[in-house]
Design a protein around this ligand. Structure first.
Ligand SMILES: [Ca+2]
Ligand SMILES: [Ca+2]
Length: 357
């Protein structure tokens, strides 16, 4: 939930997870680009991702403990949205259904406190209103563990008011929808007749079918031409704008990966269907796993009270010095009622479902 609120009260919370994403971001940041698009099969904005075997996870120098061990995975072929879901697409969903996103609803303290340490005090009522987390750069260097220094609990911020009540989507129709909770993404998926990707599907898709560090290959995000919308410069106070975008970029502003997918690195984090388990890969290491769907339940030793879902790909805030979230294997997590300014999604569809349409 809006766990962010709470962090103002309790520094016990190590990562952000207030309902709309408040707390989660800590590790979220990195950057990206892409290369060699080859022939891809396209249908209604989706591309066919071929079946394949690959080693999921990473053991390179930037890998975090939850990315290891690498383990052999098979995924069947599936269709995947070529881009993140855009504001125009999300608007069509809201117009058709009247759906109200998590960020547009006041947090329910009785629900929120279930995912916080038992002694967490109730925040002041002024904080328990519809709001979301908006990035605000700091004036200079800070301790990068203090994520509450650059996230602001902004009343009335939501997908249609990305920076707060005065902001609009004008000119941003082709930007990714943001402030999207996992529940929001699920609701959209149900309406669209699609589903969220599994974490394995997402990683395979991001790799473009090659064992490579980034969706575009091996070149560091800070070298060569801009390859993704990330944060370039000293986070969180100086952005060199080499990629030209401070917040979100229109989808498909950079080259696609080898499977024809755009923004698999950076721009906005993308929800997966899996629960997040810090130790999940350790359970899979001695076998080839076919179409894994994630653990039965979530587990994170750093946030033991919070059930979290997986997010992938990094965002416009990802930076080499902070979080290399745009690496193909990098994992992130957040509570399903959390959505932030850099949180969006894209969807997939099984081949059989497409054939029966
Ligand atoms: Ca950028
Ligand atoms: Ca993305």
């Amino acid at each position: 939930m809006k766990t962010f609120l709470i962090s103002s009260f309790s520094k016990l919370i190590s990562t952000i997870n207030l309902r709309k994403g408040f707390i989660v971001l800590v590790f979220l940041f990195k950057g990206c680009t892409s290369n060699k698009p080859h022939e891809v099969e396209l249908k209604e904005g989706m591309v066919l991702i071929p079946a394949g075997d690959f080693y999921m996870g990473s053991d390179d120098s930037q890998a975090r403990p939850d990315e290891s061990p690498k383990h052999l995975v098979h995924v069947d072929a599936f269709w995947m949205d070529q881009t993140e879901v855009t504001n125009a697409q999300f608007n069509a969903f809201v117009e058709a259904t009247g759906y109200v996103t998590t960020a547009e609803r006041p947090p329910d303290w009785e629900e929120l406190k279930k995912e916080l340490p038992p002694d967490t005090p109730k925040p002041h009522d002024s904080l328990l209103q519809a709001a979301s987390l908006v990035f605000v750069p700091t004036e200079g260097p800070i301790n990068l563990n203090q994520y509450d220094q650059w996230w602001k609990w902004q009343p009335k911020a939501s997908w249609k008011h990305p920076l707060g009540p005065e902001s609009t989507l004008e000119g941003k129709e082709n930007h990714p929808a943001i402030h999207i909770s996992w529940y929001d993404a699920q609701a959209y998926a149900l309406w669209a007749g699609k589903r969220l990707p599994t974490e394995a599907e997402w990683e395979w898709a991001a790799s473009g079918g090659s064992a490579q560090k980034y969706p575009w290959g091996e070149e560091p995000v800070t070298e060569g031409k801009p390859k993704a919308n990330a944060w370039e410069g000293a986070f969180p106070y100086q952005n060199d704008l080499r990629d030209q975008f401070f917040f979100t970029a229109p989808v498909a502003a950079f080259e696609p990966n080898a499977f024809g997918l755009y923004d698999m690195a950076g721009n906005v984090w993308e929800w997966c269907s899996d629960w997040y388990d810090y130790n999940y890969y350790q359970l899979l290491s001695n076998q080839k796993v076919v179409n894994p769907k994630g653990p039965e339940r979530a587990y994170d030793p750093y946030q033991p009270y919070t059930q979290q879902k997986v997010m992938r790909g990094g965002s416009f805030l990802c930076n080499e010095a902070y979080c290399s979230g745009y690496r193909v294997a990098a994992r992130m997590k957040s509570s399903p009622d959390t959505g932030l300014q850099h949180t969006g999604f894209r969807l997939v569809k099984s081949v059989k479902e497409v054939e029966s349409d």
